[in-house]
Design a binder for this molecule. Sequence first.
Ligand code: ADP
Ligand code: 5GP
Length: 206
Amino acid sequence: MLPSGVGVRLVGPMSGVSPSRVFVITGPSGVGKGSLISLLRHRIPELELSTSATTRDPRTGEKNGVDYHFLEPSEFDRRVEAGEFLEHAAYSGNQYGTLRSEVEGRIDAGHPVVLEIEVQGARQVAGTMPEAVQIFIAPPALEALKERLEGRGTDSPEAIARRLEVAEEELAARDEFHHQVVNDELERALGELEAIVRGKLSQSEQ
Ligand code: ADP
Ligand code: 5GP
């Protein structure tokens, strides 16, 4: 069971998408998903990142339309009702979701797409696009998450505590996904992630 306040809603399948070129990267907050994806995209520039929508407030330096599409809760709900999301979930008091337009447009243009999303959303994508490549990023130990979230300096102590609480549930789900990469040492984990992604891309091109 996920903690209370965490909602899941299943959405319908997408049309016209070649699923093996969609990469879902999931795992707890602070594990290093964003860091790994940013480095991965330097190594594989054709990979495009879906910009998620969220109702949370922008952090210092975050830009609307770049880091996230920052939406008012009423606008997020409206788009949910309009069926605009491939997946969406409540996480730590806010809504997060992947807009279909972020994925469909890129796939239609021939680009592989990476989604950086939490576990409930990754489960939804696994249900609706079972061939999307699912990669769970795990920490070497729970303690490392706390240190990384504190070190990142973007979240209040209360927000970090909430994220760590959810992280325990998320870690229990790690075996649900196709691949697991332990982000112990960044370069090593990056190499492992890169090998998985390159392997799938070369299969999809055959
Ligand atoms: P996420 O996107 O999963 O929330 P981030 O990529 O923001 O995580 O990483 C959280 C923090 O941990 C950042 O300060 C980042 O520099 C640091 N970090 C990422 N990977 C490692 C690693 N392998 N070892 C130590 N610190 C790391
Ligand atoms: P943050 O607030 O740290 O930017 O993100 C919190 C969590 O939400 C992270 O685990 C992040 O991966 C996840 N997240 C970001 N975008 C999405 C999304 O579009 N859908 C879902 N389900 N989770 C997301």
